[in-house]
Every structure is written in structure tokens, then in C-alpha cells.
Design a protein around this ligand. Structure first.
Ligand SMILES: Cc1cc2nc3c(=O)[nH]c(=O)nc-3n(C[C@H](O)[C@H](O)[C@H](O)COP(=O)(O)OP(=O)(O)OC[C@H]3O[C@@H](n4cnc5c(N)ncnc54)[C@H](O)[C@@H]3O)c2cc1C
Length: 563
């Protein structure tokens, strides 16, 4: 049995920052386990920026402005104490990243460059051209190596183990050998990222963003919070959903409909293209629904007026993606776009230190929900969230591991997981992983998308239950042990189906429109009944069960949200 004092699952920004924090000046065994090579984590795909009120571009910016923008952006569902911590500490962590060697773009005076982002009252997104996540992830990985963090690469966690009160560890499959192992740990930090892939056919997310940690926590009896809130990013490439960063609008890009009109003047006359993402995505969809789309049901992002030099300096990766995946050079012509499923506001419920309801089990980053993003996240706030709350979870786990002993663990879960895999490997015929996945993605995009209504959501819930039944008949055709990617896909699909159900059930239950959750049949925000977090747990019947918990309001009373 492998043993660690602290086991971190996931090597994106949240996991690596947690690892650094828990590794610093300590003689504890800290391991980071990740299903992909660390620097392939989705954090590396982040393009646009990380928010911090450094006031390098606008000297009047303050962390309090950032705090308010975050709460307003969340449609007042964020917990204001959590948002306060995040925005107050933001300048410190961004400087810490800088001191660790993160190569941010610079102003003429040599300060960290900042750009405007959606829903922000001041320009505060710190960036590195359009590759900020890439440089952050590599900086954190280098520091991890330097500080002796122990990596288990290409291992996939299957289950969490606890005795109802305290953490025992996890089970995980080593994909290089196909063997299931028990890993004992005093503390486990789940930093497994988001679940955008439940919208399989229309998402900006990496293939591995299948919500494993969130689904595993849910099946282990932990509550998962606000799962109905899925952010659609307005500017996904038309045919693939690949992201064109908000940085493109931050640099001055316009949104045009099929008639060539700058349509945002209808929806956000003041902020225009730099309205928050929920609003801009709805605006794009409305243009399409009302018949003002381009030939393939798209709208357009026009950068041509920015000029060649600025595009090459500030948005080089965006240009490459547009040429490669749409055959369009943004220097010459507008980019065809459609909203794309992008970010999971919901996740594993935690306190301000990343602790869940079981001692020693933590969650951080997109897998967790503390909650700082409420019903709608602002661009640039997720990279910040993963640093701040990855750090806090690491710090707290370090204290916990220092002051607690191991909880005994038996190998029952390892046997159960080994058996579960063996039965999926037996036999040949059954439902196809690819078919179920595609059906799930299509139905989520059509019925649990930007606009939602009771009738579609009811049918989504029942179709997902059917897909769960079909999944039980899936049999793995590839019988090899080493690097069995078909098995990996099956395990991921089960996680996605469980979470898709929670998202659909939560969306059906929440009878109001707030942030990214827009109900055509309940178009108003309803603070009287719905200013609350939804908490989903696994019911005895194997289906999600919903409860509610209050939102923490400390400073900003909810008011109408206009831009
Ligand atoms: C294209 C794109 C652009 C973005 N741009 C921005 C931006 O400009 N600014 C911003 O603030 N935010 C941006 N975001 C959002 C932000 O990048 C993510 O929310 C954030 O990076 C998530 O970090 P994380 O550490 O929580 O998880 P991730 O970086 O997703 O890492 C998850 C880790 O968990 C591991 N893992 C998952 N499941 C398992 C398992 N079962 N067993 C073992 N390991 C597992 C993976 O291997 C991986 O290492 C963007 C997102 C996308 C998709």
C-alpha cells in the first residue's frame, strides 16, 4: 500500500499550488497524483488573464472594486466572505507567481501588464500574451520539482475512502499497469478540475475535464454545490467550440451579427462586448433565435480593426487556432463563433479552507465550490481562485496532517474497484461509450444549455436516466492492461453521467433565472425563494437529492444587475 501524509489529486494550478504550500519547510510525504502529465492539465489552456487589482493600468483600481465586481458578476450568489478573501489576496499571489518566475507581459514602465475583461469595472486581468495559463502552469510545475514534490503521473483516482468522519485515502488505477491500488493518506486534496465535458459536443474544455473528483466525492456521500450553474463562453469557434479568449474583446474586439450590426448595444449599452459572460452568451443566442445569425447559425467576433501588429503581439495563439480550426485569419476577416460550455461554477462544497464535511478531505480549484463565482464567474477569476484556494487548502492540509495520525484503512474498496473493472472487461457486446457520450453531450447542449425550460429539463432528466441504464451494459473491447484508453473513457463517462444528472436535476428545481441559469419559464431572479445554494447528495435510490444552504452576505445587498 502506498502511503502519503498529503495526497493531492490533480496537477493543474490548484493542485500544484496546494502541493507547494504543503511541501514548503516540512518533512511530510506529499504526493501529487494526476491522470495526465502535469503540464497537460487544462490550466495550461487558459488564455486571457488572471485578475488582481494591481492598479498598473488604472491607478484608481482597488481590491474592493474587484470584490464588488465579483459579487455583482455572480448575480449575488457568491459567498461574500470567500470573494473578499480572494480579491484581497489577489495582488499578493500574482506577485508571488512573478517572483517564482512567471513571465507576465509588461507595461512600458516594466510593470505587469493588465487588460480589461468582461464584467470588470477596471482593467485588472494580468496576462502573458494569450498564454497566461501555460506560463503559470509551467512556473508552478518547475517550483514543484524544485521543492521535491513527488509526482505520480498517469494514475487515475477511482474512489475516495473515509470512515464517515475522517479521510483514509483513495483508490487509483495505475494506467501504465492497469492495476488498482489503495493509497493511504491523512489528507486528500481533490483538485481535479471542471466537468465541461458533460457537454461533450460543444465545449472549450480539454478531453480530461470529466469532473472525476466531483463525481467521486458525490458518490462518497459528500455534498456538491450549485451544480446547475454552467458557464457558456460567448466566443467558442463555430464548429469545434474551441475557445477564443475574452482577451480578444479586452483588446477591443467587436461582436457582429449576420447583418453586420454591433448587437451588444441592444443588451449592454454601457459595457457592450465587455458585459459578463452570461449576458453576452444570451445576447449571441438571442440574435441567432431572432434570425440575425450568419449562414451556419453563428455570430462573429471582429478583430480586423485592431491591426496586424497588435493581433500578432497580443493574440498570437488565437490567430493560430482560428486559421487551423476555422480556416479564418482574424487579421483579414471576422471569426465565426457560437457560445461554448466553458466553466463549472458548481463543485464539491467546501469551507474557506477547502475543507469538506469529512475531516482531512479537501477540494480546491474548479472541482471545488467555496463559492466565489456564485451563478456566473468573471473572466480572469478562475486562475485567481485556483491559486488562492489551492494555497489555502494546502496550508490547512499541512496543519491537519501535522496534527493527526493515519486512520486505519482496509482494502475493501480496492477489491470492489478491481471487481467493477473486471466485470466491465468481461464479454464483448453492449452499449457503445462513444454513442452514450455523444447523446449526453447533445442533450445537455440542447436541453440544459444557455436557455432552459421546465419541459426540456424534465426530458433531459429522464433521457439521462436512460443513458445511465445503457451505461450498465458497456463492455470494454480492448482487453489490454497497459494504457487502456477505452477503460479510462468508460470510467470518465460514468463520472460525467452522474454529474450531468445533478446539473439537470438542479436546473429543473431552480425556478428562477440567475447568472448563467436562464429559465424561459421563470425569467426573473427570485431572491425571496432562491437566494440560496443548492446542495446535492446521492439519495438512497441512487438519484441526486437536493437541499439548500444560505448565501453569506456581508457587504453588498443584492440589487438589480445592469451593465
Ligand atoms: C480554454 C480555456 C481557457 C481559459 N482561460 C481562462 C483565463 O484566461 N482566465 C481564467 O481565470 N480562467 C480561464 N479558464 C478557466 C481556468 O483555466 C480553469 O478553471 C482552471 O485552470 C482549472 O484549474 P484546476 O487546477 O482546478 O484544474 P485543471 O487545470 O483542469 O487540472 C485538473 C487536474 O486533475 C487531474 N485529474 C482529473 N481527474 C483525475 C483523476 N480521476 N485522477 C487523477 N487525476 C485527475 C488532471 O490530470 C489535471 O492534472 C479557461 C479554461 C479553458 C478551458
Amino acid at each position: 500500500m502506498l502511503t502519503y501524509d498529503i495526497l493531492i489529486v490533480g496537477s493543474g494550478g490548484a493542485g500544484l499550488y496546494a502541493a507547494l504550500e504543503s511541501r514548503m519547510e516540512e518533512d511530510l510525504q506529499v504526493g501529487v497524483l494526476t491522470k495526465v502529465y502535469p503540464t497537460r492539465s487544462h490550466t495550461g489552456a487558459a488564455q486571457g488573464g488572471v485578475n488582481a487589482a494591481l492598479a498598473n493600468l488604472d491607478p484608481t483600481d482597488t481590491w474592493q472594486d474587484h470584490w464588488f465586481d465579483t459579487v455583482k458578476g455572480s448575480d449575488y450568489l457568491a459567498d461574500q466572505d470567500a470573494a473578499e478573501i480572494m480579491t484581497r489576496e489577489a495582488p499578493m499571489v500574482v506577485r508571488e507567481m512573478e517572483h517564482w518566475g512567471c513571465p507576465f507581459s509588461r507595461t512600458d514602465e516594466g510593470k505587469i501588464a493588465q487588460r480589461p475583461f468582461g464584467g470588470a469595472s477596471k482593467p485588472r486581468a494580468c496576462f502573458s500574451a494569450d498564454k497566461v495559463g501555460h506560463v503559470m502552469l509551467h512556473t508552478l510545475y518547475e517550483q514543484g520539482i524544485r521543492h521535491g514534490v513527488n509526482f505520480l503521473n498517469e494514475w487515475q483516482v477511482l474512489s475516495l475512502m473515509h470512515d464517515g468522519q475522517r479521510c483514509q485515502g483513495v483508490t487509483a488505477i495505475n494506467t501504465q499497469t492497469g492495476r488498482v491500488h489503495t493509497i493511504q493518506a491523512k489528507a486528500v486534496i481533490l483538485a481535479t478540475g471542471g466537468h465541461g465535458r458533460i457537454y461533450w459536443t460543444r465545449t472549450s474544455n480539454a478531453l480530461g475535464n470529466t469532473g472525476d473528483g466531483t463525481a467521486i466525492a458525490f458518490r462518497a456521500g459528500l455534498p456538491i454545490k450549485d451544480m446547475e450553474f454552467i458557464q457558456f463562453h460567448p466566443t467558442g469557434l463555430r464548429r469545434t467550440g474551441i475557445l477564443v479568449s475574452e482577451g480578444a474583446r479586452g483588446e477591443g474586439g467587436f461582436l457582429l451579427n449576420g447583418l453586420g450590426e454591433r448587437f451588444m448595444s441592444r443588451y449592454a449599452p454601457e459595457k457592450m462586448e465587455l458585459g459578463p459572460r452570461d449576458l453576452v452568451s444570451r445576447s449571441c443566442e438571442t440574435e441567432v433565435r431572432e434570425g440575425r445569425a450568419g449562414p451556419e447559425g453563428e455570430v462573429f467576433l471582429d478583430l480586423t480593426h485592431l491591426g496586424r501588429e497588435r493581433i500578432l503581439e497580443r493574440l498570437p495563439q488565437i490567430r493560430e487556432l482560428c486559421i487551423e480550426f476555422e480556416g479564418v485569419d482574424p487579421i483579414e476577416e471576422p471569426i465565426p463563433i457560437k457560445p461554448t460550455a466553458h466553466y463549472s461554477m458548481g463543485g464539491i462544497h467546501t469551507d474557506l479552507n477547502g475543507q469538506t464535511s469529512i475531516e482531512g478531505i479537501y477540494a480546491a480549484g474548479e472541482a471545488g465550490c467555496v463559492s466565489v463565482h456564485g451563478a456566473n464567474r468573471l473572466g480572469g477569476n478562475s486562475l485567481l481562485d485556483i491559486l488562492i484556494f489551492g494555497r489555502r487548502a494546502g496550508k490547512h492540509a499541512l496543519e491537519y496532517a501535522r496534527n493527526n495520525s493515519f486512520t486505519p484503512v482496509d482494502t475493501g474498496q480496492e477489491e470492489a474497484d478491481t471487481q467493477m473493472i473486471a466485470s466491465m472487461m468481461e464479454g464483448e457486446s453492449g452499449a457503445s461509450i462513444a454513442d452514450i457520450r455523444r447523446a449526453m453531450g447533445n442533450l445537455m447542449a440542447e436541453k440544459v444549455g444557455v436557455y432552459r425550460n421546465g419541459k426540456d429539463l424534465e426530458s433531459a432528466v429522464s433521457e439521462l436516466a436512460d443513458l445511465q441504464e445503457q451505461f450498465k451494459t458497456v463492455r470494454i473491447q480492448d482487453k489490454t492492461k497497459a494504457f487502456n484508453t477505452e477503460l479510462v473513457s468508460a470510467l470518465e463517462l460514468k463520472n460525467m453521467l452522474d454529474l450531468a444528472e445533478v446539473v439537470a436535476v438542479g436546473a429543473l428545481e431552480r425556478k428562477e433565472s440567475r447568472g448563467a441559469h436562464t429559465r424561459e419559464d421563470h425569467p426573473e431572479r427570485d431572491d425571496g425563494n432562491w437566494l440560496a445554494h443548492t446542495m446535492a447528495t446521492l439519495g438512497d435510490d441512487g438519484r441526486p437529492k437536493l437541499d439548500f444552504s444560505p448565501v453569506t452576505i456581508t457587504e453588498f445587498e443584492p440589487k438589480a444587475r445592469t451593465y
